[in-house]
Design a protein around this ligand. Structure first.
Ligand code: FES
Ligand code: FES
Length: 156
């Protein structure tokens, strides 16, 4: 059946079963392949997007559960204040290794920074604990989030 979803500021009409995971719709229907499939069971974080500003695992989020909520994906996160800071810090710290997990990492980090401009180490660990990186980039991820947060401190 048709559903209208709002992604990155645009409305899309998609004709899929109601129990179709959002990740499938993003990648296979809308062709937005920046969001990655890892486990399909909410265990790795590779598929993280924002729904209503909250970091959400799109692999277990059915299309009929989203309603009119605004969604943001990795394709547009750089257009948000927190996302722009996170992406710059990622580049400055050369966080990425193979890159597969990084869309999800950036989405989780951006949601954290948007809701908590000066996160503590514990806040960072808590927000990022569900995002797995098989390349072990965790130290650089934490440093990049701290760098982005320092930018917040400078601007007040
Ligand atoms: S693919 Fe969604 S959490 Fe792993
Ligand atoms: S950069 Fe390779 S899995 Fe994270």
């Amino acid at each position: 059946m048709p559903f209208t979803i709002k992604v990155n500021g645009n409305s899309h009409s998609v004709d899929v079963d109601g129990d179709t995971p959002l990740l499938w719709v993003l990648r296979d229907v809308l062709g937005m392949t920046g969001t990655k499939f890892g486990c399909g069971m909410a265990l790795c974080g590779a598929c993280t997007v924002h729904i209503g500003g909250a970091a959400t695992r799109s692999c277990i989020t059915t299309i009929d559960s989203i309603g009119t909520s605004q969604m943001t994906t990795i394709e547009a996160i750089g257009g948000t204040p927190a996302g722009a800071k996170i992406q710059k810090a990622w580049l400055d710290h050369e966080v990425v290794q193979c890159g597969y997990c990084q869309s999800g990492q950036i989405m989780s980090a951006s949601a954290l920074l948007a809701s908590n401009p000066r996160p503590s180490d514990a806040d960072i660990d808590d927000a990022m604990s569900g995002n797995i990186c098989r390349c072990g980039t965790y130290v650089r991820i934490r440093e990049a989030i701290k760098l982005a947060a320092q930018t917040n401190e400078k601007v007040g």
